[in-house]
Design a protein around this ligand. Structure first.
Ligand code: F3S
Length: 527
């Protein structure tokens, strides 16, 4: 059974692809709601080889995600599992292999309470399924991708309530992805408010339980938790257990963190014990690159399309990217980090890339260069024609193909300060040039509150002009809106986020085309 089918069968498929998780099933070991009682409740788990892992665990290692082979055709034999780790060659149904310390064994045996024991059993089962050798101590702070609460999240909320009732808290206060709606700036009208209330009825319960187990305040909600305004950017080499695909991708690659692309929910279980199974992208071996991506475009590439090209080709392998260091001047800065954010999140959404290296730019590549390549690595050349081939293939998924655009989404993942400043300057300048007061298509800039406040502090008049022009700031996740029932009937969005394009009906355009669209309300014929 393919993994997606497996999750459908237990009625736990999330609206966000990044949240679809094996964790959801394992979490049932903490006695969730009756409707999804899982075999694991009856399983005898033990870290010393005495217990037997329930048979369904093998479904965690399958995925219906496929890549393209070197010939550009679908590679149906690709063994993707969605964790960014294809190396595990372990029969997950065999008795546990992981070595635990005495202290960890005590936790597992229930000497520190029943809830913590169940959390430990779940984390150990997860590690064993991927051939983890042991648990490692986590540092920095956790980041949660459990953030939206449609009805099927009831079981996960129950699990964390049981943990909270037992007094469990994460090893450090944690950041959380943005909320799935914003009634003050985006869904301000009754029809859209109703969509939100119907779609996310459990949101208050989820927000409450996240707070109980250690979440930071609401103003730090952001998927770009690593921005300085939010401050969840642990030092290089720190082990963390994150799950948000774009944060994992940026953290591993640009910050040099060591985390797997965990299933949504598993990151919080690991955070409750302060440890994570050691395998995959946490290890030196798992961080080796199996592909060279040779970028040979004649000008700066469209970062989202480049990321899509890479993600489609390597799926969840680790790519080593050459030819783009000239766009970074040897350093990732606050002014250029958005390029890697756009490219990386696109590799993670169009494929399942949890780590990439950029020659002369990212920390592992700066340290080890091409020594990061495994023997027999594959090569993929991305030139102008390849970028154009991918871009021109994007379908128009609007329910009315000839509709006029009526929304522009910018900021998935959440915008940096530099991005909102640049958009504000570009739009206001263009309006002035054209003698226009307002945009024809309203723009939503998705951004955390501290980053928006940063702009307000530095450029208050610009913020005033941006708002007058029809630009709004919201700290929500745009994608959670686009998935709601009824959204596609009358929302025709355009975006510069390839992640948004991948997960919604929003049409993707480069920034210069988007400017034209928001100014005129029309999509240029040659776009
Ligand atoms: Fe962030 Fe939501 Fe996009 S969590 S990365 S804005 S899908």
């Amino acid at each position: 059974m393919k993994r997606r089918k497996f999750f459908e069968s237990v009625a736990l498929t999330s609206a966000a692809a990044v949240t679809v998780s094996a964790t959801s099933v394992l979490l049932t070991s903490c006695e969730p709601s009756a409707e999804i009682k899982s075999p694991v409740n009856k399983a005898k788990l033990g870290a010393t080889g005495k217990g037997k892992t329930p048979g369904w665990v093998k479904n965690m290692k399958d995925s219906d995600m496929i890549g393209l082979g070197p010939d550009g055709k679908p590679d149906l034999n690709y063994n993707a599992n969605g964790t960014g780790h294809t190396l595990a060659d372990v029969d997950p149904t065999q008795p546990f292999q992981m070595t635990l310390t005495l202290e960890e064994q005590d936790v597992l045996d229930g000497k520190k309470g029943e809830a913590l024991s169940k959390v430990m059993k779940t984390v150990v089962a997860f590690g064993n399924a991927f051939g983890a050798t042991h648990l490692v101590e986590l540092g920095g702070a956790p980041h949660s991708s459990v953030f939206n609460a449609p009805p099927f999240m009831k079981s996960i909320i129950d699990v964390f309530n049981i943990c909270a009732d037992d007094g469990l808290k994460t090893y450090a206060p944690f950041t959380v992805n943005p909320r799935p709606f914003d009634l003050y700036n985006v869904q301000t009208q009754p029809k859209e408010m109703a969509m939100v209330f119907d779609g996310y009825p459990l949101q208050p319960e989820l927000d409450q339980v996240l707070m109980r187990i250690g979440a930071r305040g609401m103003n730090s909600r952001s998927c770009a938790c690593y921005l300085s305004e939010i401050g969840n950017a642990p030092p290089p080499e720190t082990y963390v257990a994150w799950a948000e695909s774009s944060a994992v991708n940026f953290g591993n690659s640009v910050l040099g963190l060591r985390t797997n692309r965990n299933a949504g929910g598993m990151e919080l279980l690991c955070a409750l014990i302060g440890k994570a199974p050691y395998f995959g992208l946490m290890t030196d071996e798992g961080r080796m690159a199996t592909w060279i991506i040779d970028v040979k475009t004649t000008k700066e590439p469209d970062w989202g399309v480049l990321g899509a090209a890479i993600g489609i080709r390597v799926v969840e392998d680790v790519p080593y990217i050459t030819g783009i260091d000239k766009y970074f001047g040897g350093e990732v800065t606050k002014e250029n980090m958005h390029k890697l954010k756009a490219m990386g999140s696109s590799t993670a959404a169009n494929g399942a890339v949890g780590l990439y290296h950029v020659e002369n730019v990212t920390p592992d590549a700066k340290k080890r260069g091409k020594d990061l390549l495994v023997e027999g690595y594959q090569t993929y050349v991305v030139d102008d024609a390849e970028i154009e081939r991918i871009y021109s293939d994007y379908p128009n998924l609007w329910s009315d193909k000839d509709a006029k655009p009526n929304l522009c989404f910018i900021g998935c993942p959440h915008n940096t300060y530099h991005e909102i400043l640049t958009w504000g300057q570009m739009v206001t300048k263009e309006l002035k040039k054209r003698g226009q007061d307002k945009l024809k298509v309203p723009m939503h800039l998705f951004v955390s509150i501290p980053v928006r406040n940063h702009l307000l502090d530095e450029h208050p008049v610009l913020v005033r002009d941006m708002k007058r022009a029809g630009m709004s700031f919201s700290n929500m996740c745009a994608m959670m809106f686009t998935g709601l029932k009824g959204y596609n009937e009358d929302h025709f969005a355009v975006t510069n986020s390839n992640k948004s394009r991948k997960y919604s009906s929003a049409r993707y355009f480069p920034d210069d085309v988007l400017i034209e669209i928001v100014m005129t309300g029309e999509i240029p014929a040659d776009a």
